[in-house]
Ligand binder design. Structure first.
Ligand code: AMP
Length: 221
């Protein structure tokens, strides 16, 4: 599988798995949250418009995100495949992705749905720490750095603005209201694969690798 979407609620571990899997499969890792945060840090017009939505834990408006992803998918490194992490997150985004791929005469090979119990999501997001420098994610208990509070690259570990309790609650509501319906959307099209994302990172990574290597049959609609 070379054209893949990682779908699931915030805190399901998509970002951690996507970074690892993109390295192993040699695919460009296109994470809309990372792209948006880069825009915010660089103070681009897109970043200035997106920041308030992100800090509140809401979705950045579709037109902004769709334009950003279309531009990114147009890069040469995405011609042979890509791993989309955190996109699409709404029905209009899924429809836009379909149109973009159809225009390029390609289609999605698979959508991996990272399913996790709600209590686990809250626990994971509450303990998440992110490196200010290299943006790597850790968890104080489940995926600690070698030295507490310091990234293995030497950078400072911080709590992301939208990992604070109020924003976490909002992000989970937004997922339920705007993103969760994409599971049925892709299942009906027979491209969905379920990943049990409640386990340890290595166990989840093994499931992901089996699916991408084509050793697991597609979920039935
Ligand atoms: P993430 O790093 O994937 O948790 O994304 C962080 C934040 O970026 C989200 O809470 C949204 O505010 C924004 N964001 C990321 N991806 C999207 C998307 N596909 N559509 C709209 N907003 C997004």
């Amino acid at each position: 599988m070379r054209r893949v979407v990682f779908l699931g609620p915030p805190g399901a571990g998509k970002g951690t798995q996507a970074a690892r899997c993109a390295r192993e499969q040699n695919l460009p890792h296109i994470a809309t949250g990372d792209l948006l945060r880069q825009n915010v840090e660089s103070g681009t017009p897109l970043g200035c418009k997106a920041k308030a939505f992100m800090d509140r834990g809401e979705l950045v408006p579709d037109d902004l995100v769709i334009g950003m992803v279309d531009a990114r998918l147009g890069h040469r490194d995405g011609v042979e495949g890509f791993l989309l992490d955190g996109y699409p997150r709404s029905v209009p985004q899924a429809e836009a992705l379909d149109r973009t791929l159809r225009d390029r005469r390609v289609s999605l090979d698979g959508v991996l749905y990272f399913g996790v119990a709600p209590e686990t999501l809250v626990e994971r997001l509450g303990g998440r720490r992110t490196c200010r420098a290299c943006k790597a994610n850790y968890h104080v208990r489940f995926l600690p750095p070698k030295v507490p509070g310091v990234c293995d690259c030497g950078g400072d570990l911080v709590v992301r603005e939208d990992d604070r309790p109020e924003a976490v609650r909002r992000r989970l509501d937004v997922y339920r209201d705007q993103t969760a319906s994409l599971v049925a959307h892709y299942r009906a099209r027979s491209v969905l694969h379920d990943v049990d994302a409640g386990g340890a990172p290595d166990a989840v990574a093994a499931q992901v690798a089996r699916i991408l290597d084509g050793q697991v049959r597609k979920a039935r609609p």
